[in-house]
Design a protein around this ligand. Structure first.
Ligand code: HSE
Length: 413
């Protein structure tokens, strides 16, 4: 019998307890093993009483330790006190399974080192993509590849918001309220809507993929809070949808990582990923492109990933795989470093002057100019070698008094 303690009893914590109970017989039949939940740590006892688990609840971490657990599941979220608790457990040799992307993105290396030193393991499949298996494929099935790119929709809340704006013509504010009511958003939705949540998930995946510790704070990160209804209309006019994409691209010794609202062809694979769903496309030099999709958040989907990790602890699989001792020397570059098409959107006060400037700046490119919705909303499509070339061409427009606002969106097809 393995004694399991659960730190946190919110949506995911209660899902883990439910799944452990649901799989009791299966585990015994298949593995002749049993997970016995011996304690659940909560912040506020009162809030959780009367839900059938009163005998397991405690608000004291020391009480949990006294039970001498074999495995701890950390689903409290946030950095503190989760970091202190997880570090203490690992130092004591207790293996930990966590769904906490903030903790892994910020302190994953330190915690994996603690796990190694303590003779424990630390698994974190649920920290990226909720129920979608994506870390384990990196660890196991894709090991024979050099990874070229990771591109995906990694935040359910913002995908839900953008889907509502596209499908139902709702405003950003109305869509956010619906996402909060549905329970996808973090307690403070700032990290969802500003792209930080997706950036943390991308940092975890790209650190694994490129064997280099990549900090989410060093990535370009734009959220969805400034996406306007006319951006959605512009995207629709060119048969695309807006999605918050998390992008990691390697070319030689350069890596580009960013989170940004981008256009995707509505008929493409990513164009069909709507609502709170997530999807991650990985390209390896041997396997080509593989896709992972499904529920990126929610009680049982996330618990499903946690349960898989619990089984890995049981079968004594090796530690999670952040780059512990990597000396690989990549340079993180701020611009998207591959040929692509862009949608450039401008709010202008003088149409003809702006059009003249666009035509002169992009004289060696073929352009598709559009003028939609209102007299001052202009946009065009253009292909460039990379984002740096685009920004150079846009510089005269940025400085022009006839342009009030300018924004560019990558188009991923
Ligand atoms: N707030 C996150 C999301 C939850 O919306 O994707 C899962 O990490």
């Amino acid at each position: 019998m393995k004694k399991v303690v659960v730190l946190g009893h919110g949506t995911v914590g209660s899902g883990v307890v439910e799944l452990v109970e649901r799989n009791k017989e299966y585990l015994m039949d298949k593995y002749q093993q049993e997970f016995a939940i011996t304690g659940i740590l909560v912040r506020n006892l009162e809030k959780h009483l009367g839900k059938g688990k009163d005998h397991l609840l405690t608000d004291s971490f020391e009480n949990l330790l006294e039970q001498k657990p074999d495995i701890a599941v950390e689903v409290m979220g946030g950095i503190q006190p989760a970091r202190t608790y997880v570090k203490t457990l690992l130092d004591l040799g207790v293996s930990v399974v966590t769904a906490n992307k903030d903790l892994i993105a910020e302190h994953g290396l330190e915690l994996l080192q603690a796990a190694q030193a303590g003779g424990a393991v630390l698994h974190f499949e649920a920290s990226v993509g909720g129920g979608i298996p994506v870390i384990k494929p990196f660890r196991e099935s894709l090991k024979g590849n050099r990874i070229r790119s990771i591109i995906g929709i990694m935040n359910g809340t913002t995908n839900f918001i953008l889907s509502k704006m596209y499908d139902e013509d709702l405003s950003y504010g109305e869509s956010l309220r619906l996402a909060q009511d549905a329970g996808f958003a973090e307690a403070d939705p700032t990290s969802d809507v500003k792209g930080y949540d997706a950036a943390r998930k991308l940092a975890i995946l790209s650190s694994i993929a490129f064997d280099k510790a990549i900090s989410w704070q060093h990535m370009g990160c734009e959220g969805v809070q400034d996406v306007q209804p006319f951006d959605v209309a512009n995207a629709r006019a060119v048969h695309c949808k807006i999605k918050l994409l998390a992008i990691a691209l390697r070319s030689g010794h350069n890596i580009h990582c960013s989170v940004r609202p981008a256009l995707v062809d509505k008929h493409s694979f990513l164009g069909h990923i709507d609502g709170e769903n997530n999807a991650i496309e990985i390209e390896g030099d041997a396997v080509g492109k593989v896709m992972f999709t499904g529920a990126g958040a929610g009680k049982l989907p996330t618990a499903s990933a946690v349960y898989g990790d619990l089984l890995d602890v049981l079968s004594e699989k090796a530690n999670g795989i952040l780059p512990l001792n990597s000396d690989v020397d990549y340079q993180l570059i701020p611009y998207y470093n591959a040929p692509t098409q862009w949608l450039v959107r401008l709010r202008v006060n003088h149409i003809q002057d702006t059009v003249d400037l666009i035509l002169s700046s992009f004289s060696d490119h073929s352009l598709q100019l559009h003028h939609l919705n209102s007299k001052d909303n202009l946009f065009f499509l253009v292909d460039t070698e990379d984002e740096r070339q685009l920004l150079q061409k846009l510089a005269p427009l940025q400085g022009s008094s006839s342009v009030e606002e300018l924004r560019h969106f990558l188009i991923y097809r």
